[in-house]
Write a protein that binds this ligand. Structure first.
Ligand code: NAD
Ligand code: UGA
Length: 452
């Protein structure tokens, strides 16, 4: 069978590479309008950094996995077409700052209608508002001229940094479609693809609306857990409770479970905020303001956590950071990725620049150009320096902030860092990564999130 995927991004590239790698009898072509991205997928420098991705791509590329900008041919030849284009938050018009921008999705639907010659199964891989399949179907059917189009929803649950492991061994694969004979047959076709390596009992099938809504709900629940534990972290700081101890105590209850209870400077990444805003917008659209407000609270708490961290730094440093050097260790939104989209570090750095702190930033994987772009500062800006390593960043600093949980920060020589800092030497561990008692023994005034 021939499979096509429109959109060669973080999701389209790795997911299709895994299908091709696991299903040798299917031919998978990933297409994109971005020539540079396609060139990178065809080179040794893939456009996405993910542990294990190079091996999977190399195993299949050129035999049953292809990357191309020839969108029309790939659509025409394929039986199944995945749509995996970006669905960012709308920045203009009605719903700006909240609704999902579906113009790329609509372009794909119109392109499929224009170039298809036979029946197609169209699969929503992008994260979409519930009932988007209806719009796609209307566009396709209005242009069908005797062809049949089945629309399936097959959201992706992979996380960045663990994409390959998540794809190889998913908790579940979700396929939603029409509950008609033709719809059920289309569902079965896609289920058969995944059954090439995923145990059948982990492939869930639902109606199309449940599937679309499950993706937004999964991200909302995950983000809600982080906001919940972060809310408790503020109370811990006021009461001498320790948030990691609280998380452990509640997480051992099997009904709550231990995952996603790590208190932090706040969640970042390209999707949690975007998807919750999308959910909030949908709830308002369907006349459910109380439900919208409930989920909006998850974002409000996340914003509070980011600003609260910056405020705590300022107040601890005797209420002024003006002209003080502050070392920022970590800028990515989580470890093992160079992605900075919506990273909490961006907001914390901006707050501190506002207070005229002089930031010395180091991240093992994020480039200087990316950091400057995110902070909107040029090389001439006296308030931001990008450093080669953690030791350069911390030299003569008044405080060290840990903003990403990179493993290499655990192995730093903190005695050496302490000896080259201004005194008192403050350390704020925004990821509860380090042993605060050991740091205190060296001489640091060390604080974590949700403790002391
Ligand atoms: P991305 O921005 O990395 O990639 C999207 C690609 O689509 C781009 O390369 C763009 O050029 C291409 N594109 C846009 N319009 C096109 C068109 N008309 N024809 C051909 N190509 C087109 O986005 P992503 O991170 O891969 O996310 C894709 C979707 O998957 C989003 O809806 C996102 O919410 C969802 N998702 C993302 C993740 C993640 O970890 N990044 C995880 C799960 C789900
Ligand atoms: C998240 C989900 O985990 C994926 O299932 C989903 O497919 C994806 O969004 C998506 O739809 O894009 P991702 O954003 O890549 O994946 O990374 P996560 O591991 O979920 O981390 C998100 C943010 O939450 C990071 O900033 C991380 O540091 C933070 N986090 C995570 C915490 O602060 N505490 C935790 O306990 C866990």
């Amino acid at each position: 069978m021939k499979i096509c995927c429109i959109g060669a991004g973080y999701v389209g590239g790795p997911t299709m590479a895994m299908i091709a790698h696991k299903c040798a009898d299917h031919t998978v072509t990933v297409v994109d309008i971005n020539q540079a991205r396609i060139d990178a997928w065809n080179s040794d420098e893939l456009p996405v950094y993910e542990p294990g991705l190079d091996e999977v791509v190399q195993a299949a590329r050129g035999s049953n996995l292809f990357f191309s900008t020839d969108v029309d041919t790939a659509i025409r030849e394929a039986e199944i077409i995945f749509i995996s284009v970006n669905t960012p938050t709308k920045t203009y018009g009605v719903g700006a700052g909240c609704a999902a921008d579906l113009r790329f999705i609509e372009k794909c639907a119109r392109k499929i209608a224009e170039v298809s010659e036979g029946d197609k199964i169209v699969v929503e891989k992008s994260t979409l508002p519930v009932r988007t399949a209806e719009s796609i179907k209307r566009i396709l059917l209005a242009n069908s001229e005797g062809r049949d189009f089945q629309i399936l929803s097959n959201p992706e649950f992979l996380a960045e940094g663990t994409a390959i492991a998540d794809l190889q061994n998913p908790d579940r694969v979700l396929v939603g479609g029409d509950q008609t004979p033709a719809g059920l047959a289309a569902i079965q076709k896609l289920v058969d693809v995944y059954a090439g390596w995923v145990p059948r009992e982990r492939i869930l099938t639902t109606n199309v609306w449940s599937s679309e809504l499950s993706k937004l709900t999964a991200n909302a629940f995950l983000a809600q857990r982080i906001s919940s534990i972060n809310a408790i972290s503020a109370l811990c700081e006021a009461t001498e409770a320790n948030v990691d101890e609280v998380a452990n105590a509640i997480g051992t209850d099997s009904r709550i479970g231990p995952k996603f209870l790590k208190s932090s400077v706040g969640f970042g990444g390209s999707c949690f905020q975007k998807d919750i805003l999308n959910l909030v917008y949908l709830c308002r659209h369907f006349g459910l303001p109380e439900v919208a407000d409930y989920w909006q609270g998850v974002i409000t708490m996340n914003d509070y956590q980011k600003h609260r961290f910056a405020r705590r730094v300022v107040s601890t440093l005797f209420n002024t950071v003006s002209d003080k050097k502050i070392a920022v260790l970590g800028f990515a939104f989580k470890k093992d990725t160079n992605d900075t989209r919506e990273s909490a570090a961006i907001y914390i750095c901006r707050d501190l620049i506002e207070e005229q702190a002089k930031l010395a930033i180091y991240d093992p994987k994020v480039s200087e150009a990316q950091i400057r772009q995110d902070l909107k500062v040029t090389e001439e800006n006296p308030y931001v320096t990008i450093c080669e390593d953690a030791y350069a960043a911390t030299k003569d600093a008044h405080a060290v902030l840990i903003l990403t949980e990179w493993d290499e920060f655990k192995a730093l020589d903190f005695k050496k860092i302490y000896d080259q800092m201004q005194l008192p030497a403050f350390l704020f561990d925004g990821r509860n990564l380090l042993d605060l008692e050991q740091l205190a023994a060296i001489g640091f005034e060390a604080r974590g999130i949700g403790q002391g």
